[in-house]
Design a binder for this molecule. Structure first.
Ligand SMILES: [Zn+2]
Length: 154
């Protein structure tokens, strides 16, 4: 009789252990899920916050365009240069407002000192946190090259 009871006790202990393991595994998965949801929400908040801080008002854009004389601060192409060549040609130049230090890297979103005019071409080249000097060393277009070409044509 006593050996039978011992076996029953063993079964109960094993079942209790299995239940314990199951409960712990379930708790771990619940905690992991909650943490993943929390992280996803935080990332979404940060993304929205960065997008909000990256916004440049039209007034500030106009100020920077005028300050930089509608001239790309890397390659030197400008509306004025194109218009001098042919009136209205400057309208084909797509100028953009660039954050010198990206907002995502801690740069100010609405401080004119952190904003500059770039042509679309240089702005694509500058992706990330390259400096103007690094981009300038990497391009084979812009005022310097246009001037060289004109000399070659003459
Ligand atoms: Zn440019």
């Amino acid at each position: 009789m006593s050996t039978y009871m011992n076996d029953e006790n063993k079964v109960v202990i094993v079942l209790a252990l299995l239940l314990g393991i199951f409960v712990i595994a379930w708790l771990i998965s619940v905690i992991r899920q909650a943490k993943a949801q929390h992280d996803a929400k935080r990332q979404e908040r940060e993304r929205k916050d960065t997008a909000r801080r990256r916004y440049v008002s039209n007034r500030l854009k106009e100020y920077v365009l005028e300050r930089d004389d509608e001239t790309c601060q890397i390659c030197g192409i400008s509306k004025r240069l194109l218009d001098n060549y042919m009136d209205g040609l400057g309208d084909y130049l797509l100028l953009e407002i660039d954050h010198i230090t990206p907002v995502a890297s801690g740069g100010s979103g609405d401080d004119a000192d952190n904003l500059q005019v770039l042509c679309w071409r240089c702005n694509r080249k500058k992706s990330g946190s390259k400096t103007n000097r690094e981009v300038a060393a990497d391009i084979d277009y812009g005022i310097r090259y246009l001037k060289k070409r004109r000399k070659l044509l003459k």
